[in-house]
Design a protein around this ligand. Structure first.
Ligand code: SF4
Length: 58
């Protein structure tokens, strides 16, 4: 099954969470300041940009 955890753009973090690095970080602004962030995703997330990790292609 295609899921972020099997995508070459996914950086796994903790607790089933990770970051999507398909595109450069985006600017986010909140009360603490300005940040550059990759979109947070869950291991089971998915999008149309999915690309299987090397050696995991079907
Ligand atoms: S959001 Fe899309 S491109 Fe990003 S890790 Fe998940 S499947 Fe891959």
């Amino acid at each position: 099954m295609e899921a972020c955890k099997d995508c070459k753009f996914f950086l796994a973090c903790e607790d089933g969470q990770g970051l999507c690095r398909r595109f450069p970080p985006q600017v986010a602004i909140n009360q603490s300041g300005t940040f550059a962030v990759f979109p947070p995703m869950t291991n089971q997330g998915w999008c149309g940009e999915f690309a299987a990790k090397k050696g995991n292609e079907e």
